[in-house]
Design a protein around this ligand. Structure first.
Ligand code: GLA
Length: 378
């Protein structure tokens, strides 16, 4: 049974009728452009074929009641009186409701069931997928248009103001606005987007190390603070506005940590733009080299990889038929992404899985993904 049938059946069992609305909201994998979004920079993610599914019907009493197939407890709250209870996934539902209310949306309540095959804490944006599903649910029952940019901003606000993770806007933007068959170049300053095709006869592999992160841990917020310090040093609001030449001219004046963090962001922005050019030229080899360089920069300068991410990226990079590989998402655990020859994808996945298992004593999950469309009702 696929997840759509599964969520409809679960809804019918709980509520005794068909849902009025069914929503699919995808996770994402970022090809390149890591920790650039909150520096007003560029990112190049794609929405993936793994998603949060939500089946629901409206309620007239101003409450939300949501069951998750993956979690023991439902969440049940009055729209205007929601409180933090630190109950994990439910905070994304409550937070999104609160941000919509604060932004002036007139909300109707709903009840429903959700399920997901986006692994939590793996760097594939399970939380953004959930936020965008909730935004889409409110749009459906309250009758307002789902604007992918406005909803992405509210999702980011949910993370920043409700959940306490100081994340950027990439994940919500790609989940809400993804385009089937394409990666999206997103300019995180003005939120313009351009679809960029993958080179022909390539495939995208996701390589899950089976280690996990939490962005409410200090590492993510600390990286952000270093970037803000560096921007202030250069007299700009965001590192986006510092060129490599400007950086190099004054790099020696920075302390070692701030210098490395800034160097990652500044070089990564350049790599994203080079990656777009290589994709437009159908040049998978150059794109792969840029991905490898991105990983090295995230490991050595930004220090957000862990031993398992380094290992799986290294193993992937060493396979014949692999153009490049790097960690993806916030880091500190989770997944890597690789660009490979489509014909060799299955073989590469099998080889890396065996080698990683013996090196890391963990069984990885490695699979081919495809670029899907963004949050939608189906
Ligand atoms: C997490 C955040 C994003 C982005 C990435 C790193 O996924 O949610 O906003 O900062 O990390 O690129």
């Amino acid at each position: 049974m696929n997840l759509k049938e599964h969520v409809i059946e679960a809804f019918e069992q709980r509520f005794g009728e068909r849902p009025s609305t069914i929503i699919r909201s995808p996770g994402r994998v970022n090809l390149i452009g890591e920790h650039t979004d909150y520096n007003d920079g560029f990112v190049l993610p794609l929405a993936i074929d793994r998603a949060v599914w939500l089946a629901l019907r409206p309620r007239e009493d101003g409450r939300v009641l949501a069951y998750s197939q993956e979690q023991p407890e439902p969440t049940d709250f009055a729209l205007r009186e929601s409180q933090h209870t630190n109950s994990g996934w439910a905070e994304y539902v409550k937070g999104m409701a609160r941000m919509l209310l604060d932004a002036g949306y007139d909300l109707t309540g709903w009840e429903g069931v959700l399920t997901s095959d986006v692994p939590v804490g793996s760097g594939l944006s399970s939380s953004a997928a959930l936020e965008m599903a909730v935004g889409r649910a409110f749009a459906a029952v309250s009758n307002f248009p789902f604007d992918g940019i406005k909803m992405a901003r509210l999702g980011q606000q949910t993370e920043n103001e409700w959940v306490g993770a100081n994340t950027g806007i990439m994940d919500q933007m790609i989940s809400a606005n993804g385009r089937a068959g394409f990666a999206l170049l997103i300019d995180c300053r003005d939120l313009t987007m351009a679809p960029i095709p993958l080179p022909q006869e390539t495939a995208v592999l996701i390589l899950d190390t089976m280690t996990r992160h939490s962005h409410t841990d200090s590492g993510y917020n600390e990286r952000r603070e270093s970037c803000e310090r560096a921007a202030a040093f250069f007299g700009v609001s965001h590192l986006r506005d510092v060129s490599l030449a400007q950086f190099e001219a004054r790099a020696a004046e920075l302390d070692d940590i701030t210098r490395r963090r800034a160097r990652h962001v500044i070089t990564e922005n350049d790599r994203v733009l080079a990656a777009v050019q290589s994709m437009q030229a159908g040049d998978a080899a150059t794109l792969g080299r840029l991905m490898n360089a991105s990983h090295a920069s995230l490991r050595d300068d930004f220090a957000v990889t862990n031993a398992q991410l380094d290992e799986i990226a290294r193993l992937a990079q060493a396979q014949p038929g692999c153009f490049g590989a790097r960690m993806t998402g916030g880091g500190f655990g989770g997944c890597a992404v690789a660009l490979v020859e489509a014909e060799m994808a299955a073989e590469i996945a099998t080889a890396v899985a065996a080698q990683y298992q013996s090196a890391a004593s963990l069984i990885p999950h490695i699979y081919i993904t495809t670029a899907s469309s963004g949050t939608a009702t189906l």
